[in-house]
Design a protein around this ligand. Structure first.
Ligand code: PGA
Length: 247
């Protein structure tokens, strides 16, 4: 795979935003829905800001957009400031015209004995919506996409997982200490992600350079779940110079 490398993340974000805009506009014109797979973390924040700008200044409508987020921390209520439900509403949903009923995230508070059914229902909801048209991804330093920590292979579907220690450390500052970071999460699987028609993985900054190099230069392996993107017909990496610096 040859990644798209941009002078900075602003340029990279514009390229992803343009793809998403063209897709949403074409579907809106045909009176069809657009199904987006969305991600949290610092990486997509400038993309969400650009999409909000396009909504407010250019009239890009999300009224027919349906979203499925990759993951959610187990144990966090929706209104917990670090829940992904809260994050998505703060960073994107509260600022665009998406109907509330079109927004889907795994639940952080589903009872232990209902998790399996909840995950199966999430998979079914994606299929019933017509499948993911466009999935955006960040990448963790463990090589995770969503919360698919190593080892995760391309048979994995939506399920509860145990978070890697590096992932918990990276989240520590936001939670005021690693001891407050949940130990588990519900995530779409690698197979769920690979079913998307188009996948855009974004990575910025030097801290991502090693894992980006390992992901793009290495063999496909469950030890670096992001390597499965190499097997997808329509996946692209959008990188800034620093994230691409070890390629
Ligand atoms: P980040 O996280 O966007 O905050 O770097 C990415 C990830 O862990 O997938």
């Amino acid at each position: 795979m040859t990644p798209n490398v941009y002078s900075d993340k602003t340029e990279a974000v514009l390229a992803v935003a343009e793809e998403m805009t063209n897709l949403i506009k074409a579907n809106n014109a045909a009176n069809q829905t657009t199904v987006l797979g969305l991600a949290t973390g610092g990486t997509p924040v400038p993309l969400y800001q650009e999409l909000i700008r396009r909504h407010k200044e250019e009239g890009l409508s999300f009224a027919k957009v349906i979203t499925f987020n990759l993951d959610e921390y187990s144990g966090l209520e929706k209104d917990h400031p670090e829940s992904y439900w809260y994050f998505m509403h703060q960073q994107l949903f509260n600022h665009i015209d998406i109907p509330a009923e079109n927004i889907n995230l795994p639940s952080g508070t589903v009872a232990e004995d209902e998790i399996e059914a909840h995950c199966a229902a999430y998979e079914k909801a994606i299929v019933d919506a017509g499948g993911l048209d466009y999935q955006i991804l960040g990448i963790g330093r463990t090589g995770h996409i969503g919360f698919n920590e190593p080892p995760s292979d391309d048979s994995t579907r939506t399920r509860q997982v145990i978070l890697h220690e590096i992932t918990r450390q990276d989240a520590g500052p936001a939670f005021d200490g690693v001891e407050n970071v949940p130990s588990k999460a519900i995530t779409m699987g690698v197979a769920t992600v690979l079913d998307a028609k188009r996948i855009a993985l974004m990575a910025w900054g030097e801290s991502k350079a090693d894992i980006i190099a390992a992901t793009l230069k290495g063999e496909i392996t469950p030890d670096i779940p992001a390597t499965y993107l190499q097997s997808h017909k329509n996946a692209q990496f959008f990188l800034d110079q620093a994230a691409a610096s070890k390629l």
